[in-house]
Write a protein of this length. Structure first.
Length: 284
């Protein structure tokens, strides 16, 4: 029997990378990719119609409200998409016996750790975006038994808006650039996460639960920028600064490195160092 998969939010970074993975694998698995304009996860009628026309084995929810700073002033929309929208998807998945793969974030943690966060660590978000994503996780787990919640961090790719693309643009526009050096995390190439999601689907895994996925290693935004500069061979002065010198509406965790041991051990899945993945992405 051919597996059928629904992907929501297909025009985001991860959704586009997942489309690339499917094409490269010449997959016999049937994927239906729907953008947020094709399918609004806050609209229960649209969701029900999508599931009634097809019988999906998996749903991959890439749809999210990700404007971290804007969320502080637009709390209602952040919770509508990241919490209520996820609840809607979970309910329709339960009704139609579909396994849900949901993408979450390192921002469910407060950043007070100094060792990588495990899936079992206490979740205490410090901004509206993190709160809305955690609420979505809780709704999902209350409704479904068959789910994968994948928390990831510092996502970037050749698609959409992300730190790497912003740096490459600014390197060409400026002679010097201030970059925060006291927030530590693990950059994650969306293409690598897409491959892992494809692996879960193609292997028809039943190892349900919460997982942390990122590339290996850790750095600051300053360290990340330095590596982008090195690999892109662009000439610009990068100056390390404290978060206090670059105030934002939303507070960020100072440390949000995720422990990936559960993914590596449960799936016998090998992960790639963030510097190697960045080099691979920039070579595309």
């Amino acid at each position: 029997m051919v597996l059928r998969i629904l992907v929501t939010g297909s025009q985001g970074q991860l959704g586009q990378c997942l489309q690339d993975v499917v094409l490269k694998n010449n997959s016999s698995i049937e994927f239906v990719f729907l953008s947020s304009s094709d399918l609004d996860i806050t609209n229960t009628d649209q969701l029900e119609n999508a599931f009634q026309t097809e019988n999906f084995d998996f749903c991959v929810n890439c749809a999210a409200y990700t404007a971290v700073d804007v969320a502080e002033e637009n709390q209602e929309l952040a919770f509508k998409v990241n919490a209520e929208g996820v609840k809607n998807i979970a309910e329709v998945c339960k009704k139609h016996n579909t396994t849900l793969i949901h993408i979450s974030t390192d921002f469910v943690f407060d950043g007070k750790n100094r060792t990588p966060y495990k899936e079992t660590n206490t979740t205490t978000p410090i901004n509206i975006y993190g709160e809305s994503k955690l609420t979505g996780e809780i709704f999902l787990q209350d409704i479904l038994d068959r789910y994968f919640i994948i928390r990831t961090s510092w996502l970037y790719s050749e698609y959409g808006h992300n730190f790497v693309k912003t740096m490459l643009r600014l390197f060409k526009e400026k002679d010097a650039l201030n970059v925060v050096d006291d927030q530590i995390g693990s950059p994650t190439y969306a293409g690598d996460l897409a491959k892992f999601i494809y692996y879960i689907i193609s292997s028809q895994s039943t190892n349900y639960g919460v997982y942390h996925f990122s590339n290996l290693g850790e750095t600051s935004w300053f360290g990340f920028a330095k590596k982008i500069k090195e690999l892109s061979k662009l000439h610009v002065k990068i100056i390390p600064i404290a978060s206090s010198e670059f105030p934002t509406k939303a507070v960020r965790p100072n440390y949000s490195v995720l422990s990936t041991k559960k993914v590596e051990e449960t799936f016998s899945y090998g992960l790639i160092n963030w510097e190697n993945s960045l080099q691979n992405m920039l070579a595309i």
